[in-house]
Write a protein that binds this ligand. Structure first.
Ligand SMILES: [Zn+2]
Length: 255
């Protein structure tokens, strides 16, 4: 999970009108949503979700209340935040069909954020599916677009592609987004193995020419730290930084 900048996701000029058009009566929706969010997160009524609490202020499909998924029409700007990667696991999402607009705060518990442009992030089904409407009873999840977020303070990746949480918030995030799922770990390991081969060559180069080896090592670190050039860049950057510091001590580690 990288730290993300929301700035590229420019909010559509007509977003307020779009959001208001999602419900039959925007004022009634707002009023009920505010009352609902005043309930504690531990309250069973809150946990049962907004569609059960106030179905009358939501549109109906086949007689059932639902949140009109208008956000799905805005994948393109939202995808720019995370470079067409999942904002959580950093896998590549190379088709709009596999790109999902995820509500960081689930709409079932935070209806006021259902049409909050700043609540949207791009996610894969592997992360968005298990997270679904989950929200911790205490605290929150790691939020990649939080300006104060620093992945190195929360997440440690190993050479096998696995991830460990260093804080309670990180551990809860890993559990609820299933960030240790086997296929994801296997995919991260494939990329780490490919980088490992490049590092082995760089170490050989370094033995022949320390200057050239340093340049190549810094270039590799720079490249893996760029999410436009590789998926899983947080894991790869950690792996390369640790490898350089142990195998080529003295090479500066600036990314
Ligand atoms: Zn994901």
């Amino acid at each position: 999970m990288r730290k993300l900048d929301r700035a590229p996701a420019i909010r559509p000029a007509n977003w307020v009108q779009v959001a208001q058009s999602a419900v039959p009566d925007a004022a009634a929706f707002q009023q009920k949503a505010q009352a609902f969010e005043a309930l504690p997160l531990t309250d069973p009524t809150r946990r049962a979700g907004f569609t059960a609490y106030a179905p009358e202020v939501l549109p109906k499909r086949n007689g059932r209340p639902f949140f009109n998924p208008l956000w799905g029409q805005y994948k393109e700007p939202i995808a720019k935040i995370s470079h067409d990667q999942c904002a959580y696991c950093e896998c590549s999402l190379n088709s709009k069909r596999v790109q999902q607009v995820e509500h960081f705060k689930p709409k079932s518990l935070f209806p006021l954020s259902a049409y909050d442009w700043d609540n949207y992030l791009l996610a894969c089904g592997g992360c968005n599916g298990p997270k679904s409407d989950k929200w911790p009873q205490n605290g929150d999840y790691l939020r990649p677009d939080d300006p104060a977020f620093d992945p190195s303070q929360h997440l440690t990746f190993d050479a096998n592609g696995d991830v460990v949480g260093m804080t309670p918030t990180a551990s809860q995030t890993i559990a609820d987004f299933e960030l240790k799922r086997k296929l994801l770990n296997d995919d991260r390991k494939l990329f780490i193995n490919a980088i490992q081969e490049q590092l082995d060559l760089i170490v050989e180069f370094h033995a022949l020419s320390a200057q050239r080896g340093e340049v190549l090592a810094r270039e590799l670190l720079h490249r893996v730290n760029d999410p436009r050039k590789t998926p899983y860049s947080t894991a790869l950057t950690q792996f390369v930084a640790v490898s350089i510091s142990t195998r080529l001590p003295g090479v500066p580690l600036r990314t």
